[in-house]
Design a protein around this ligand. Structure first.
Ligand SMILES: [Zn+2]
Ligand SMILES: [Zn+2]
Length: 294
């Protein structure tokens, strides 16, 4: 805790020296908003990024670009460069693999069509999990889950909150542990998209494709095939990675000539995953490199 606090102070002092501009240009390339399962609105996340002195922020919601416009206009107000991004959920051999897409055009109609089908599969998955919970005797309803999700793309955290409201569990964490976590009785796997399909979709749409938190996916054997499909980077820096994990993926980046990216995977200050905004960042040079790759 003390070390964490010290780190905050160091960031603030080094980055924001009044009258002398920005000494370090840092980018957090992975944050979520209320457009998916985050608890901060896009404008709030950008305001917080400005507070801690970030130069750039990639808004990478699950399967949607809905939060980008609001984030971009907040970015113009607060002087933070917002990079349009997305995190696509895919699956291979029973493992959940997330692929990040950067510098995508939110107005691209072909991309929008594909994303709508990703979101449809999220909704269907949520519906069948609710169905299972109802069969188990819980008073959860699909409408309540959709209400909690609001305009965001619906996911398991929303189901967990609805279940907690019925009194069946006392927390979101307990809902995952007992019922909707991987392999639990109400768990439902989603309509499967392959990681290579996600990489191709991002590349076809003119974006930069990056393997999200590969240390948590535990699927290194997949990397050569993803590189063949067009993968351009690995998310080396992530709060879920130990320093040795990051070292390992930095080496793989050199081996495959991939960009080493990083981000906090921030989901908001009141989310059950207490990842802090800016907990993992990269130098702004990575953003420049990304623009060159595009
Ligand atoms: Zn992820
Ligand atoms: Zn994420």
């Amino acid at each position: 805790m003390f070390v964490e606090k010290m780190f905050d102070v160091i960031i603030l002092v080094l980055v924001r020296i009044p009258g002398q501009g920005v000494l370090f240009m840092l980018a957090d390339l992975h944050v979520h908003t209320t457009a998916s399962d985050g608890t901060d609105s896009p404008a709030t996340v950008v305001a917080r990024a400005a507070e801690i002195g970030l130069t750039a922020l990639a808004v990478a919601d699950h399967d949607t670009l809905e939060g980008i416009r609001e984030a971009e206009s907040a970015g113009a107000r607060y002087g933070v460069e917002v990079l349009p991004a997305i995190e696509l959920g895919t699956e291979l051999g029973g493992k959940e693999i997330h692929i990040l897409g950067y510098l995508l055009d939110p107005n691209d109609l072909v991309l929008q069509e594909h994303l709508a089908s990703f979101r449809r599969s999220r909704r269907q998955r949520a519906e069948s999990m609710v169905e299972k919970l109802r069969h188990m005797g819980f008073g959860i309803t699909n409408n309540r889950v959709l209400e909690i999700a609001g305009s965001g793309s619906v996911g398991r955290p929303h189901i967990a909150r609805a279940l907690a409201e019925t009194g069946a569990v006392s927390s979101v964490g307990e809902a995952f542990e007992k019922y909707i976590g991987y392999g639990k009785p109400a768990y439902e796997s989603r309509v499967k998209y392959l990681p290579s399909e996600a990489v191709r979709l991002i590349r076809r749409s003119g974006g930069v494709a990056v393997f999200a938190h590969p240390g948590m996916a535990g699927c290194d054997a997949l990397i050569p095939a993803l590189v063949d499909a067009g993968l351009q980077g690995l998310e080396v820096y992530h709060p879920g990675h130990y320093p040795a994990t990051s070292d390992h993926y930095r080496r793989l980046c050199r081996q495959y000539n991939l960009l080493a990216t990083g981000g906090s995977d921030y989901h908001g200050s009141s989310h059950q995953e207490h990842k802090k905004l800016g907990a993992a960042t990269v130098d702004y040079r990575v953003v420049r490199e990304m623009k060159r790759l595009r």
